[in-house]
Design a protein around this ligand. Sequence first.
Ligand code: MGD
Ligand code: MGD
Ligand code: MO
Length: 766
Amino acid sequence: MAAKAPIQDISDDARDAEVGPPKEWAAGVPGVLHSMVPGIREMGVRRALTLLTDMNQKDGFDCMSCAWADPDHRKTFEFCENGAKAVTWEAAPVTIPTAFWAQNSISSLLTKSEYWLGMQGRLVEPVYKPQGEDNYRPISWDEAFTLIADRLKAMDSPDEATFYTSGRTANETAFIYQLMARTLGTNNLPDCSNMCHESTGTALGEVIGIGKSTISYDDFGKADLIIVMGQNPGTNHPRMLTALEEAKDNGAKIVAVNTLHEAGLTRYKNPQRVRGIIGRGTGLADQYLLIRSGGDGWLMKAVSKKVLEAEDAAPGTVLDHAFLDEHCQGLEEFREHVRTLDEDRVLQATGLSQAEIDELADRYLNSERVIITWAMGLTQHRDAVKILKEVMNLLLLRGNIGKPGAGASPIRGHSNVQGDRTMGIWEQMPESFLAALDREFGITVPREHGYDVVKSVQAMREGRTRVWMAMGGNMVAAVSDTHAAEEGFRNVGLNVQVSTKLNRNHLTVGDEAIILPVLGRTEIDRQEAGEQSLSVEDSVCAIHATRGKVEPISDQLKSEVSVVVGIARALWGDDGPIDWAGFEKDYDRIREHIEHVVPGFDDFNARLREEHGFILPHGPRDSRTFPTATGKAMVTVNELEYLECPPGRLLLQSMRAHDQFNTTIYGLDDRYRGIRKSRRVIFVNPDDLRELGIADGQIVDVHSEYEDGVDRVVHEFKAVSYPTSRGCAATYFPEGNPLVPLGLTAFGSNTPASKGVVVRLEPVTR
Ligand SMILES: Nc1nc2c(c(=O)[nH]1)N[C@H]1C(S)=C(S)[C@@H](COP(=O)(O)OP(=O)(O)OC[C@H]3O[C@@H](n4cnc5c(=O)[nH]c(N)nc54)[C@H](O)[C@@H]3O)O[C@H]1N2
Ligand SMILES: Nc1nc2c(c(=O)[nH]1)N[C@H]1C(S)=C(S)[C@@H](COP(=O)(O)OP(=O)(O)OC[C@H]3O[C@@H](n4cnc5c(=O)[nH]c(N)nc54)[C@H](O)[C@@H]3O)O[C@H]1N2
Ligand SMILES: [Mo]
């Protein structure tokens, strides 16, 4: 396919930022128009319509823009504006020509923006950067596989290799990828989840014995109260707004807890409903709590205290005693502990008024079925694991787990991040899984835990990593402390990246580097046994097939499965205990092994072909059985940290704008927050701006402050007066990542605390 005219880079200058008032509603008519037009313009009407109407349908492909669950009754257009952007980004028929690699050195490409890199089009041939050179050059697939195998064989220990995964990788790929790493002899399997919902997995694992959502899609429609915490569904899970609207139609109340005003939580105009097109849409949040950053654990504990006080006032009527007696442990300790809760501290830590907290407590007490949903606003804090355990405490008190219309609902990010974990992408998989691998394949896999994302950066920095491989993603841009991470990546012997599009990680490499271009979700995957399907797991544990619909953009592309198989065969030939070649011919064979190794996948091939796929078993959700050490759900006592912020400083979070998918930048606007033409903005409460003596619109440098004394700084951001909670500021990810110290991570999950960094603003006078 032909390359198109050169792309002009966008220069992102804070001085160009245009700031209007934040919007009051999300996803109405502009949502639909915005979603269709770029697709049709860039892909043509036929390709665009094939893809957009097949998206999230039962015989179609799974949208890669988030892990939101599919309803049983799907509409013709079961996609959102941001899903359409993700598809267009992948499937627009633009490719990087061979000449590009000679014309553009790595150092020159490093001066380009992430937007420009992505807009060059799809990667279509394997390329290699030899030691001492500054350009990639084409290389054959076979040469690439041999070279990778040679470097892996030359290592002194298998732990000198690290295998990263981004959460879009399908189940079958993930399964054979971890199998390859473990056959080689390492558990170094960091993944994007380490930066995302790891805190959820840690907290829920401890409390209920399984790190996954306890609800099904239908539960939203049955809830009385839905508390949406630390999440911006209008941008990041737009189809969730439909579920929230349906819940409201059925009488549910919604409470939003956020450090910012978010349009998508305020009002929703459903493009597929008349009142969404010409009316005012549906008001969503009945109560909006503008909380201080990191204060959510305190809020949950304060509400739990009210619940316990109500029980004291009318014994036997408030708590779900039957549930607590039969299924939970730790209530009495919690009761004693909560009695001592310092209420002034609660007000200070949450920034809320007593009346606001009381209102939430009343709502909770008056609801029989409560769902709490959350995303990155809770998981990316130092105290995230404890915050989530407090969420669980509140739910457990009134039996809001394992009954219709109630439960804990972490909303995942990447479309298959949950499935990758199920398939063994984790540096600390339990013994049961490792033993099953040994049995199934007649091998002995290592038991010692491997590196997570942060530890993998430390290992690279210390020169302990010879080969670094990534199945998708852009870890250097996604992880905290960008400059530290860059130093790490430059210290690696060979960087191998399996990708669809060019990104910064391809340019931040050590001695040698290889980029392997692969088929995307949208493309037909043909192997010896015919067209192949893959499978994914969504936020509510539903497994279903995903099948590409359009012709691959180039016939040189391989599937991700083929890439893993190519490397494994170059390493071990065809005589070992594992039939790698068979995996590539027919993905059913991979699924047969998954069936034997991973619980819940009985009859995998047959059930995947059934229309709806299937739901994985989940003890707490299905039968209130809790696979914890004691067999009970744990009510826990947590000493919460108060996020200190010295005078003249702010607590900074870094979050997503409307025109991005993680490190992929589609444009410079953030429509719902009223921002155009620049991402280099920092949102600050007007009263804080006044106190700091900084004018609305002033250009500032942002410095972060951390115990190691290093001055981390990003230059020239525009201060924007915005409805955030007092003392809390926000900027965008990944621009804000250089400010997040590598060592600033959540206790227990080691997730970078990118929602709670102490910063100071310095006006720019240059
Ligand atoms: N279009 C699009 N969709 C996406 C993505 C994307 O980049 N673009 N990314 C995907 C991925 S990987 C993920 S993980 C999800 C992320 O989905 P979200 O978690 O919604 O993503 P963020 O933009 O990080 O938003 C965090 C929200 O938490 C709030 N917040 C921050 N700190 C606090 C706090 O201390 N307390 C409370 N209560 N709120 C707080 C912020 O104001 C913001 O509204 O989205 C997925 N879907
Ligand atoms: N400050 C701050 N940092 C954060 C966050 C935050 O909220 N704030 N969020 C964190 C979260 S939640 C996450 S999940 C991580 C994300 O971390 P990653 O998952 O590493 O990052 P992405 O930007 O999603 O990866 C995008 C790249 O994936 C590749 N890709 C896209 N589609 C395909 C495909 O089909 N196949 C292959 N092989 N490659 C493909 C493309 O090359 C693209 O450039 O970032 C984390 N970092
Ligand atoms: Mo994520």
